[in-house]
Design a protein around this ligand. Structure first.
Ligand SMILES: Cc1cc2nc3c(=O)[nH]c(=O)nc-3n(C[C@H](O)[C@H](O)[C@H](O)COP(=O)(O)OP(=O)(O)OC[C@H]3O[C@@H](n4cnc5c(N)ncnc54)[C@H](O)[C@@H]3O)c2cc1C
Length: 417
């Protein structure tokens, strides 16, 4: 352990010293996961009630954004542009502990860290994003060795590795992108990726092809706009095959096998089926299909374990609600507001509203969007889309391209600044 690690570990364990043996003097909220949901909740709790201690447990040193990461694959931006540090949260008084949460004891109200310490909480926020069910695709686990098959569905080293594979692929080669059955993280994300890779090929490898194997019966978001972009911008480059669920991969043959046939490629980008992040399994908060966590939308509190609030992709999405960064950010604010009320002995807002906007880059500059508004309905006891609110772009445009970049920089500042 070097000096820097030792200091960080000391900071973590000092939280524990008082935590496991006596009740902290102020209420303490522990947040697991410093992504779109968790970072937002941590910052807003501190802004709305600085008397609450907030400890954020995040395994990575920096935040790396999935939104905009498809542009890294095309070479239109880089990892530095989509990464941010956690100093902004520290300035709000959030105690950021770089470590892995390995277990939750809901009876004792403690979170165990990989380095062996326990942190006590009054309320716990869990926003771990997704993990993959690799076992659903035969051969995938073995194929991960040497990066033979990549998903790049968590922005980071796999994004860089996939970009390298695309650069190294010969002109005339085939890039295969496989999409799992919905629900998965970011409904329009794969179709945006197909556009970005096709745009890169159009400039750098004009004889190369993109084959999209979609387990779903049709494009799951902004279908007409994406299909128009494929026809008008990338004729002969993108081949879209619906109802093509990839059930196995063979890295030796460089093939993806669907239920009907086997498709050979030079780069295999297989996005596996997903579920709430591993810590949600360990915390016992998964309620649906062994995958997702059902919540009370007024407080984001788990329906399985009291005192634990679940945000972002890990939740069992309500009707019409996408698994998106924008939505996770909204979850974070609803949870922060509710926690401040609950900790201060007041009733939380009975009628929260959340909104979502997803921008997708269909070229290096042109963008399309989808937007929606969601409001809690007491009669139905869930959150539902507000009729007539939201919609999609009339057409792709460069103007929306500037909105797309502004959205990203603003939401990063909102959650981390
Ligand atoms: C290619 C792509 C493009 C996308 N584009 C968009 C877009 O344009 N707009 C949009 O709104 N959304 C987009 N998304 C979706 C968006 O990235 C996710 O919906 C969002 O990240 C969900 O937020 P979250 O807080 O649930 O999870 P995350 O943002 O993934 O955060 C989870 C955090 O928890 C940490 N963590 C997990 N487990 C532990 C543990 N046990 N201990 C410590 N730390 C832990 C992780 O390291 C991570 O930092 C895109 C996704 C992809 C893959």
């Amino acid at each position: 352990m070097n000096r820097r690690d030792l200091l960080k570990f000391a900071a973590a364990t000092s939280l524990v010293g008082c935590a496991t043996t006596s009740t902290p003097s102020k209420a303490r909220v522990v947040v697991i996961g410093g992504g779109y949901g968790g970072a937002t909740a941590a910052k807003y709790i501190r802004m709305w009630d600085p008397s609450i201690d907030v400890v954020l447990v995040e395994r990575d040193a920096n935040f790396v954004s999935c939104p905009i990461s498809n542009l890294v694959l095309a070479g239109y931006t880089n990892m530095q542009e989509i990464s941010r540090g956690y100093d902004g949260l520290r300035r709000h008084g959030v105690q950021v502990v770089q470590d892995e949460a390995t277990a939750v004891d809901a009876a004792k109200k403690t979170v165990r860290l990989a380095r062996g310490a326990d942190i006590a909480y009054e309320r716990l926020v869990v926003s771990p994003g997704i993990d993959f069910t690799f076992g659903d695709v035969a051969g995938y686990e073995a194929a991960q060795k040497d990066n033979a098959v990549l998903h790049a569905w968590k922005a980071g080293p796999q994004t860089v590795a996939l970009r390298r594979q695309l650069e190294q692929m010969a002109d005339g080669g085939v890039y295969i992108l496989s999409i799992p059955t919905a629900p998965y993280r970011c409904p329009p994300g794969p179709y945006e990726r197909a556009c970005q890779v096709a745009h890169y090929f159009k400039q750098a490898k004009p004889r190369a092809k993109v084959v999209v194997l979609d387990a779903n019966p049709d494009v799951t978001s902004k279908a007409a706009l994406f299909k128009r972009a494929w026809q008008e911008l990338y004729p002969g480059i993108i081949e879209y095959r619906p109802n093509s669920k990839v059930v196995a991969v063979d890295p030796n043959a460089m093939a993806a096998r669907t239920e009907f046939d086997s498709v050979k490629g030079d780069v295999l980008n297989v996005v596996p089926p997903q579920r709430a992040g591993d810590i949600a399994v360990k915390a016992g908060i998964i309620t649906h299909n062994n995958r997702w966590c059902d919540v009370d939308w007024r407080t984001m509190e788990s329906k399985a374990v009291k005192g634990i609030h679940v945000l972002g992709d890990a939740t069992l999405s309500a009707t019409g609600m996408p698994k998106s960064g924008h939505m996770a950010n909204a979850h974070g604010k609803v949870a922060a507001a509710a926690l401040v009320e609950l900790i201060n002995g007041r009733a939380p807002n009975p009628n929260p509203v959340m909104s979502n906007t997803c921008y997708s880059f269909v070229s290096d500059r042109e963008v399309i969007h989808v937007a929606s508004v969601h409001q809690y309905d007491a009669g139905l006891n869930t959150i539902i889309p507000v009729k007539g609110a939201g919609g999609v772009s009339a057409a792709r445009s460069e103007q929306e391209g500037t909105y797309g970049w502004s959205w990203a920089r603003n939401i990063w500042a909102d959650m981390l600044g």
